[in-house]
Design a protein around this ligand. Sequence first.
Ligand SMILES: [Zn+2]
Length: 531
Amino acid sequence: MLDLLLQNGLICDGTGTSPFVGDVSIRDGKIVEIAPHITEEARETVDVSGLVIAPAFIDMHSHSDAWFMEDDRCQAKLYQGVATEVVGQCGSSPFPRSVSQASRIRREAEAGKLSAMGAYQAGTFAKLLRLKGDRKMSTNLVQFIGHNAVRNGVVGPLARPAWDDEIKISRFLLGQAIEQGVWGMSLGLGYVPGLFADKAELASLMEMCYIDDIMVSVHMRNECERVFESLEEMIDLAKLTKVRLHISHLKLGAKEVWGKAEELYNRIRQANAEGARITADLYPYNACSTGLSSRLPDWALDGGGARCAKRLEREPEFRAQVLEYLRPRYPEKEDGDRLYIVGTGGRCPDIDGKTVGQLSEEWNLPVPEAIVETLIRTGCDDDSIITNMDEKDVLWLLGRNDLAIGSDASCRPFDPAASDGKPHPRTFGTFPRFLRLCREHDLCPVETAVRRITQLPASIVGLNDRGVLKPGMVADVTVFNKDTITDTATFDEPFQKPVGVEHVIMNGVFALKNGEQTEERLGDYLLKPYL
Ligand SMILES: [Zn+2]
């Protein structure tokens, strides 16, 4: 007797081969058979005529981290058809705990707005797992260790290379995490303190990842006018250390490099032809989500964001230097309109949800001065959405079939009250939007689009038991309507359920049925077996 039989669906098995209409049977949490017509009896049979049966989607780049501790529904992702998220990205992970994170936690606690990320900082990955205990969540998590989290604790936010002893301690912490089951290390070289790491530090840690056969993902040092230079740095390190390197949220984030998507992509291919092992993902939007301080030059952030904000307030010369840097980059009000402050952790409600363009009018200041004023008021600590890409570049990259898709977002609930301000719509829309854009712009056939959000990320990370519909694989399945699937989340109204995702099945059980979440919590940490 089967547990579940899905009948008459268009089967896109994740490998990208031509789909066919047929049945998928499931027993004991595993796929049993895939065939045009399965006759074996099942406890539950569901007719999915007209719908695609695919492996459940894998979010290659997620910031959900410990969000599930606050809200185990993981709605933002599950409703998109995602059952597995790769977390601990951009250098950030909830362990090992650091001094500066501890102060942020205290501030958030005082403001009564303790984020899930803050509340569950843990000394080690093993402690985080103990803290979680037996509870389950709604998506599976594939954990990376964040280099910035390591460096914060070992070196602090200082603008200097790590000393030899500090590199040794970092290697120890990395080794501990590998033993405890992480699948990779993430670098956040655009952020304090990762941006202060030099080649020796990065090479030492990346080499260790190579030896222990885990991958490295990177938020590159610069994704804007110096993106090509940053890519060279990573190609260099990838060749030197031989590690499997994954570039997160590939983009051309400044006018100076718009139109160069093909050149950027070809450079990666060329590096691979020369022996590097580099993959990449992107999200299907032309705006990014980060902190406003990302608009500042590295030298301004020596000592961290809070110190920078104080210096902007108290040191006229420093302030003048920063303004000099910003003026040619943000000459017009419309340049300020591209900078949207989503939230400030409850500290500046009068700034939340406004663009710097709006603030510059309100305060009667030129845009560069308004940026500085915002940074001072927020203490360089905010979430922003910055429109910095050319739509044509984004579409061109979306058309490359060896690039995976990542939301770069966390698993928030649809209730706006649970979020601070308005998060980037990619939080709720990435995967349905990707499938819609593939359909509308004829980027690739549906089976290829499915492969890029299932088998491709699974193979990049090294997940061997999911991402493909095949007998014996874990029965994580997403059923969707390829003709109607679409995102509905917008920058103004991000908290919107996507359309067209019918069912999400995890371990053979319905997590989402007929478009609604069930009471089941079927997700857990997937730990990398340590050999
Ligand atoms: Zn990032």
